[in-house]
Design a binder for this molecule. Structure first.
Ligand SMILES: Cc1cc2nc3c(=O)[nH]c(=O)nc-3n(C[C@H](O)[C@H](O)[C@H](O)COP(=O)(O)OP(=O)(O)OC[C@H]3O[C@@H](n4cnc5c(N)ncnc54)[C@H](O)[C@@H]3O)c2cc1C
Length: 511
């Protein structure tokens, strides 16, 4: 490995690997070194069971469609997330067509996305939400029903055993997906390091940074097997270290990172591997969040396809752990506290009492409480069919704010040096689904010169044909790109339904 790579990527998760592949495709002469603490890629949040694997297109997540004070439903955030996912679909399709990813079924599967509610107030909300969404071309093909028979056809487990007379409603869109982000990350890392001058270094922790006289970054690393310390010097550093990004941002010392802090939220799933049950459910069914819960804690009953095996996942049940990474240290939170971020942390504690209450309630949940929540989505569920599965850690962003001193953010944010030589990705939602959108943002923020000089544009448009086109406005282009990416990725398209595979036919018969 060169001690002077052009680019250093920190972390071997979906984010660094996506940014790395984009950079190498656009500038094949780049030398790239990736450093990862653990012994393989995708062992933290990007690992399949550490996240829910939803290809988030804001089809079913009701937290993206709040009700306005006048009672109408605001779908603007949902539309943004929806078209961000189109960038990932185009990027993955490019790699499949190029042969860099063999079989798309190794990481992505068609799984309808549904929202499900019960009780009259929620039904009225979902009806309005459906009317607003289905009128937009981004959500054409969305179905709606308040009819138990119809919903039972879609998801029998959700309806069987439910009290008669209880109002229910659901939306469904067949173009939804389940994504194994762990498998995808492996594809990306393999593709990257198979190319000249690119390398990945496992069991190697980035421990600090210094600025060289020529403004490049000296990145200090430690080999965890030998204990040996060394450094490499790079022109550009991407901190895609997941929960480890905040401490590294702090270590970089860039003023843009001052005042930032992190709030870790852990998660637990219930998991069912019983084939007889799983073949009767083929959807990701999202409900409404409880009061005070963070948006990513919306309960959902999901089909997962991991390593060719079908399972069901329910959750997440949120929890609190002071670790920033699943394999991190209990001291992570304490060690991230700085004089500059104490006031924002205190302001967030003051303004988010609901969240504190919610987390305490979640942490104290017993097995019977957990099953009672599952019952809302699967009334006939039996404890014996389910086991606990520890999910990944998410570190929510606490950022300084002029008005409120500190703000708690549930999205993601790129925080970078003013000279664009280093950028860190903080936060975790909508997450892995929008990795390509985040990579494009990194390009626009840190490689604006290369983009403006047109040198990279033709290639970028080959990777993302919709680059420069607003899919929220351009219905024809959206339809065209969705049909094409559905064909390449072998997922469902509302405009050109795919014939079911034999396995899908058998599963439909079992439902
Ligand atoms: C419970 C849960 C559910 C989720 N559900 C979804 C979902 O349904 N859909 C979706 O799109 N997203 C989801 N997400 C979010 C998604 O998992 C993350 O956004 C995404 O995996 C983050 O990728 P990453 O590469 O930034 O981080 P990670 O995958 O965590 O990778 C970061 C890597 O950096 C390494 N690292 C850290 N510090 C250092 C250091 N100092 N030196 C070297 N290496 C270091 C870590 O070991 C790790 O391997 C979910 C997340 C959670 C926790």
């Amino acid at each position: 490995m060169s001690s002077e790579p052009d680019v250093v990527l920190i972390g071997a998760g979906i984010m660094s690997s996506t940014v790395g592949v984009f950079l190498k495709e656009l500038e094949p002469s780049f030398s790239i070194a990736m450093f990862e603490t653990l012994e393989d890629a995708a062992l933290e949040s990007s690992e399949a069971w550490n996240n829910a694997g939803t290809g988030h297109a804001a089809n079913c997540e009701m937290n993206y469609t709040p009700e306005r004070p006048d009672g109408s439903v605001d779908i603007s955030r949902a539309l943004e997330v929806n078209v961000e996912f189109d960038l990932s679909r185009q990027f993955w399709s490019y790699l499949v067509k190029k042969g860099a990813i063999g079989d798309p079924r190794s990481f992505i599967h068609p799984v309808p996305h549904m929202s499900f509610v019960h009780d009259a107030g929620n039904v009225a909300f979902l009806r309005k939400r459906y009317a607003a969404m289905s009128a937009h071309h981004c959500y054409e093909g969305m179905e709606y029903s308040e009819d138990r028979g119809k919903i039972a056809e879609w998801v029998p487990l959700v309806i069987e055993g439910r009290a008669a007379g209880e109002p229910v409603a659901a939306t469904r869109i067949i173009s939804g997906t389940d994504v194994d982000y762990g498998a995808l990350t492996h594809h990306l890392v393999h593709h990257l390091v198979a190319q000249p001058n690119c390398s990945v270094h496992y069991r190697t922790r980035v421990t600090g940074f210094a600025r060289a006289a020529d403004k490049r970054w000296r990145v200090e690393v430690q080999d965890l097997a030998s204990g040996e310390r060394r450094s490499v010097t790079a022109k550009f550093v991407f901190i895609g270290a997941g929960g480890g990004a905040l401490p590294l941002l702090q270590k970089s010392g860039i003023p843009e990172g001052h005042g930032y802090a992190g709030f870790p939220v852990s998660g637990i799933w219930l998991r069912c591997d019983d084939a007889a049950i799983n073949k009767r459910h083929h959807a990701k069914v999202y409900g409404k969040a409880s009061v005070g819960s963070p948006p990513m804690s919306v309960p959902h009953l999901d089909t997962r396809v991991i390593g060719g095996q079908h399972s069901l996942l329910f959750g997440p049940y949120a929890g609190f752990s002071s670790k920033f990474l699943k394999h991190g240290s209990l001291l992570d939170l304490a060690e991230s506290i700085r004089p500059a971020n104490i006031e924002p942390i205190l302001a967030v504690a003051r303004d988010n009492f609901d969240l504190t209450e919610y987390l305490i309630e979640q942490v104290l949940q017993s097995e019977s409480h957990r099953l009672a929540t599952l019952d809302e989505y699967y009334p006939k569920a039996e404890a014996k069919d389910w086991r606990l599965q520890l999910a990944g850690q998410r570190v929510q962003i606490i950022k300084p704010d002029v008005k409120r001193v500190g703000l708690l953010e549930f999205g993601t944010e790129l925080v970078g040096a003013s000279d664009t030589s280093l950028v860190a990705l903080l936060g975790a939602s909508p997450g892995a689904s929008t990795a390509a959108f985040i990579a494009v943002n990194v390009l626009q923020k840190c490689f604006a010169g290369e983009l403006a000089a047109q040198a990279w544009l033709p290639k970028l448009k080959e990777i993302i044909p919709s680059y420069g086109i607003d899919l929220i406005d351009d219905a024809d282009f959206t339809r065209k790109i969705r049909t094409e990416t559905a064909r390449v990725l072998r997922v469902d398209d509302v405009n050109s339904p795919r014939a079911p595979t034999q396995a899908e036919g058998r599963a439909a018969a079992a439902r």
